[in-house]
Structure formats: structure tokens, C-alpha cells
Design a protein. Structure first.
Length: 400
């Protein structure tokens, strides 16, 4: 936090010069969530009813802005293992009680350049490598400085240096589940708009520079390329994503390994109905633990199913062949943004192509006024990896 304060202090005088034009905008949101987990390997189920509150203010003056946001999470029903407290005989629900400074940042933005310094949320591309872990109640933020440069129309360079990662474990975090993880993290993304979509090259250098974090074995360097685009298909729309990356050990990581990542995802949007298929591979090296492709700073809930069986990639890697279908309506009576969605995943190892298991995900959501309600279900059927797991969520979100 010391470095964060230094950056804020250094940038503050220029912001004060615009004080006569300051516009204040309040920040406020609340999330109430019930989560239930049944995991065959454990003798008891888990039940959690948690309430997250976020509040803050953003001040803007010309191209300058300053933002401060605090958050707290309270377990109203705490019959679960939160990773730090409670009995490990219950399944893990990674939403411990917490109160924290979520964001404290100063930003300057012009049409061609933006600089953000302080505690902030970071997300690159689809958050497969670096994200804010938005589904978890405490989320993930970074003490960082970020520069976004747009020298030409359609061309953007996005660079960030983060010296601390504020984890989902909150103020009581300890050991391998720390409150914050220090290190010299460098994230870079260079993108250009082409006739077939946004083409990006990226470099994500993750430095988990603390022995408690798997003995430095989560430090890695990943370099890759990604294409994300849409094309008209008659009255429909074709959306596609293609990505490749190579990862190897970095900094103090004692392992010597190399693993690859592939993604191919295609979806057809018919203006209501939507269907898609995809294949994602997080490759393995020689089968040693933590020598497969790892993404410790990703928003993991978005990938490889909502049962969270693969947040840490198994030693033999994982191949995820998936299909999804859904239907959305702009309005159904008083409800807005009504969505129904289903997905199926078939998981196999990258080495030896063993069947890990399969998973079904279901979602229904709708918005009424400023409140969004959602119900989710995930069912993981194990074959050779982990154990059968059922998860169910009911969630209400409110935003100013």
C-alpha cells in the first residue's frame, strides 16, 4: 500500500489544479447470495448466505478523476468452510467475512492516453489470464499502475505493472491463502482492429514472489495471440474467438517447464436464441505438479464450468470440450434482460487423454428496476478427477 500512496500523492497536485470543475459521482452496490454445495468427498454439505456491500465516490475534473471505494462481506449463514474459518469437513465457499479498501486510484484520460495509478481492478481480454474475479464476493484487485495508449484509430497498447495482488481471502488471509501477494507482475497487450476482428498479442508475466504461494511455483511467463470477432450471417451474427499461448517458468519458480494454451470458440446469435461450441486446452509438460498451464490471476469462474473443479490445472493438464445454448429477451412483462442458459462440458487430461468427468451448468436471470436476480446450478460428475459436486446459487444484485 505504501507504493500506492506514493503514486497517488505524485499525481494529486495536477488533479487539484482542476478542482473548480469537480463533479462527484457516488458508487454503491449490494449483493445478497445464497450458495449451497454438496461434495461427495466430504461428510457435510455447505450453506452460505452472504451480503456484500460496496460504497465510494468518484470525483472528476477535466481529464482527471479520483476514486475511492470500500467493501465489506458478511456471512449471515456461515455453515461452510470459507478457506480460513470453519470446519474443512464442509465444502469450500471462498467468501470469507471481510472489510477492505477495494479501490483507491487516480486516473488521467485523454483521447489517446490514459494512466491509472493505485488500487484498481484489472481485466485483460476475456480475463482468462488477468481478471477481477467478479463472481466471488471479495473480488480481486491490484496495487498497480496502468497505461492505455491509442496512437492510431483501432490500435491500442495496454500495459500494467502490479506489485501487489489483493486476493479474495480478505483481511484474515494467511499462508497459501494470503490477504495479498507481492511480486513484480507485468501485463502487456497490443491490439489492432482488423476486418475479421480484434487481433491481440499479449505477454503476462506473473510473479507470485512469496514462498507460501506453492514455493514460488505459480510464477510464470505467458506469451500469445488472440483473435476476437463477429461477422453477419444473414439475419444472424457469428461470433468467434481463437487464442494460443505458450507458458514457461519465470522468476524464482524452481520448476523448469513449458506448456501451451489453445482456445477455439464459435457461437451463432439469432437475436434471441444463441448456440455455441468451444474447445479449450490448458496443456501439460511432464505431469509434475504445477508444470501444466496455470492461470492464478484469472477470473476462473468464467471458464471450465461453475463447479470450480479446475481452478488449479491438474498436473496432466485439461481439455474442455463444451457446448452451450441460451435464449434472451429484452423484456418479458415488467422484467428486463431475461436470460436462460445451459452449458455442457466434457473434461479430459491433456496427457494420455483420460476422462476427468463432465459438467452441466444452468442459469436463469432477469432484471427488475435496479435489481438483477439470478439462479444458477452446476453438476460435476467425476470419472477420474475430483469427486461428484453439486452447487446451487440464488443471487440478488443492486446498483445505484
Amino acid at each position: 500500500m505504501t507504493r500506492t500512496l506514493i503514486f497517488l500523492a505524485a499525481l494529486a497536485p495536477a488533479g487539484v489544479a482542476q478542482a473548480q470543475d469537480i463533479v462527484l459521482k457516488p458508487i454503491g452496490e449490494a449483493r445478497l447470495r445464497y450458495e449451497q454445495v454438496d461434495q461427495d468427498s466430504l461428510p457435510a454439505n455447505a450453506e452460505a448466505l452472504t451480503l456484500r456491500l460496496r460504497a465510494g465516490v468518484e470525483a472528476k475534473a477535466g481529464g482527471w478523476s479520483a476514486l475511492v471505494e470500500g467493501q465489506g462481506n458478511l456471512a449471515i449463514v456461515d455453515d461452510y468452510f470459507d478457506g480460513l474459518h470453519g470446519a474443512a469437513t464442509h465444502p469450500l465457499i471462498a467468501d470469507p467475512d471481510n472489510i477492505a479498501l477495494a479501490r483507491a486510484q487516480i486516473r488521467y484520460a485523454s483521447p489517446v492516453f490514459a494512466l491509472t495509478a493505485g488500487r484498481q481492478r484489472l481485466g485483460f481480454d476475456d480475463e482468462r489470464f488477468v481478471g477481477s474475479v467478479g463472481f466471488r464476493q471479495n473480488g480481486q484487485s491490484f496495487d498497480a499502475v496502468r497505461a492505455e495508449i491509442t496512437p492510431l484509430k483501432g490500435v491500442k497498447a495496454d500495459l500494467a505493472y502490479a506489485w501487489s495482488v489483493r486476493t479474495v481471502w480478505g483481511i484474515d488471509g494467511t499462508g497459501p491463502r494470503q490477504q495479498a501477494v507481492s511480486g513484480d507482475n507485468v501485463f502487456g497487450n497490443l491490439s489492432t482492429q482488423t476486418p475479421i476482428g480484434k487481433l491481440s498479442t499479449f505477454a503476462y508475466l506473473i510473479d507470485q514472489d512469496e514462498a507460501a504461494m506453492q514455493g514460488f511455483r505459480l510464477s510464470s511467463q505467458s506469451y500469445g495471440v488472440r483473435l476476437d470477432g463477429t461477422q453477419p450471417l444473414g439475419k444472424a451474427k457469428l461470433a468467434y474467438q481463437l487464442s494460443y499461448a505458450r507458458q514457461s517458468d519465470w522468476h524464482h519458480n524452481p520448476n523448469n517447464y513449458a506448456a501451451v494454451y489453445y482456445l477455439a470458440d464459435v457461437a451463432v446469435d439469432l437475436g434471441g436464441p444463441r448456440v455455441g461450441v468451444g474447445y479449450e486446452i490448458l496443456g501439460a509438460d511432464d505431469g509434475t505438479a504445477l508444470t501444466s498451464f496455470q492461470t492464478p490471476l484469472a477470473t476462473g469462474f468464467k471458464f471450465q464450468g461453475w463447479a470450480d473443479r479446475f481452478l488449479t490445472t491438474p498436473p496432466d493438464g485439461v481439455r474442455d470440450l463444451y457446448a452451450n445454448a441460451g435464449w434472451s429477451w429484452k423484456a418479458v412483462g415488467p422484467l428486463k434482460a431475461v436470460t436462460l442458459q445451459a452449458a455442457y462440458h466434457d473434461y479430459r487430461s491433456d496427457r494420455a487423454s483420460r476422462s476427468y468427468g463432465d459438467e452441466i451448468n444452468l442459469l436463469a436471470s432477469a432484471k427488475l428496476g435496479k435489481v438483477t436476480a439470478a439462479a444458477r446450478y452446476a453438476r460435476y460428475d467425476a470419472n477420474t478427477f475430483a469427486t461428484d459436486t453439486d452447487k446451487f446459487w440464488l443471487q440478488l444484485d443492486w446498483t445505484i
